[in-house]
Design a protein around this ligand. Structure first.
Ligand code: NDP
Ligand code: MG
Length: 387
């Protein structure tokens, strides 16, 4: 039995993880969760999984659970960061799923990196901002990081057992193109929030849905891949593949290309990651109908090349550049969702903020938070100037 702590349990990735656990109760056990504000969903999970541990920093969530479960003596309701850290380090914890959205997931991902357990990583923003801190920490503490972002999980599956990349000549990361496939940035000034949130293939949380629509998600994923597989950005090619069936392709130096395929369903990479180093799990997946399958591929649109060039610059220069890119994007996305800026201005907020905040070569835990904070202030100024 593998014991799991699910950070960000009330979100979209949380749902998929819970579904895989439910289908594999003989092998997987949910030991604890963290969440932020979705109290009804947290209550449902606590009851459904007879949970032993729940963590939320929010006063309201904590108070509400304390009241609702006052007679449940088996449930630990945690609020302090030190309690979360203690829980993650408990002997019987095997797997920690990092599925909080955005930079808010950094702190717990760093805690998890120090545990020596297996991290299932969904929270790409923490790697973009702090890959140079998290990966060395994980290495030092023998913490294994298994990606559940579908493209990265695909690469992980396509690499051999030892995960060595010595014989790799190229890796293709696919992008669906999102709801605005084949649309120019200049055509996106009037799109609504609803349109931007309606992804044609995947059901996801709001932030990543907007990132997918802008293709910034793929920029974050390029940086994530650069860190997770420790390969130069030149190895990675981004290709638009609207059907989202092939999630990544690894080409070896002898000419073989290996890909991972599945219908777009996050439970597939999650089921793989939950079974890592063990036999595969059962899943009620939807089968690909190969006889009627038609797969197409196209280049990244010309007017998105500029944003990908920034992502490639970040891969090469690292330091504070990923923190700035991530924070500028988070403010831009939030401002769009708050209807302060139009969709096309997301790019402008990122470009102008990235140009304004000065880059530093090296970062540590303290400076990450300072730079993130400073960038958010600058990005908000840009938003104000254009809204
Ligand atoms: P959601 O918005 O659906 O869920 C986010 C989760 O994080 C919720 O449990 C939420 O709690 C919690 N959370 C949000 N803010 C905070 C905070 N400040 N402190 C603590 N917890 C917080 O996001 P997704 O599940 O879509 O995405 C999660 C991560 O996985 C992201 O990094 C995303 O990029 C990545 N990912 C997602 C994919 C997907 O298909 N959804 C695919 C690949 C990667 P609450 O709801 O209680 O407020
Ligand atoms: Mg992805």
């Amino acid at each position: 039995m593998k014991n799991i702590i699910l950070l960000g349990a009330t979100g979209s990735i949380g749902d998929s993880v819970l579904s895989v656990i439910k289908q594999n109760k003989n092998k997987l056990n949910l030991l604890g969760i963290s969440f932020n504000s979705n109290i009804p969903k947290a209550k449902y999970i606590i009851n459904e999984f007879r949970l032993k541990n729940v963590y939320s920093e929010s006063d309201e969530s904590h108070k509400s659970l304390k009241h609702a479960f006052k007679n449940n003596y088996e449930l630990n309701i945690l609020k302090d960061k030190s309690e979360l850290e203690e829980l993650l380090n408990e002997d019987d914890v095997d797997i920690i799923v990092s599925a909080i959205s955005g930079f808010a997931g950094l702190e717990s991902t760093i805690m998890a990196a120090k545990t020596g357990k297996t991290i299932l990583l969904a929270n790409k923003e923490s790697i973009v901002a702090a890959g140079d801190v998290i990966l060395p920490l994980a290495k030092k503490h023998s913490t294994e990081i298994v990606p559940i972002d579908s493209e990265h999980n695909a690469i992980f599956q396509c690499l051999g057992f030892d995960k060595k990349t010595d014989d790799v000549s190229k890796i293709v990361i696919t992008a669906s193109g999102g709801p605005f496939l084949n649309k120019k940035i200049s055509q996106l000034s009037k799109v609504t929030k609803k349109e931007a949130l309606s992804h044609p293939n995947w059901e996801m949380g709001a932030k990543i849905s907007i990132d997918s629509a802008s293709l910034v998600n793929k920029c974050l994923e390029l940086i994530e891949a650069r860190y997770l597989f420790d390969l130069d950005e030149k190895f990675f090619e981004i290709v638009v593949h609207p059907q989202s069936i092939i999630h990544s392709i690894v080409t070896y130096k002898d000419g073989s290309s290996i890909c991972q395929m599945s219908n777009p369903d996050m439970r597939v990479p999650i089921a793989h990651a939950l079974s890592v180093n063990d036999s595969r799990l059962n899943l009620d997946f939807s089968k690909i109908d190969f006889s009627s399958l038609s797969l197409t591929f196209q280049k990244i649109p010309e007017d998105r090349v500029q944003i990908f060039n920034i992502a490639r610059y970040i891969c090469n220069n690292r330091g504070s550049s990923g923190i700035i890119f991530n924070a500028a994007n988070e403010i831009a996305v939030q401002s769009f969702l708050n209807e302060q800026i139009t969709f096309d201005k997301i790019y402008e907020v990122i470009y102008r903020t990235f140009d304004t905040v000065s880059l530093s070569k090296s970062i540590d835990l303290e400076t990450i938070y300072e730079i993130d904070n400073q960038t958010r202030i600058e990005a908000k100024k840009v938003v104000k100037s254009i809204s």
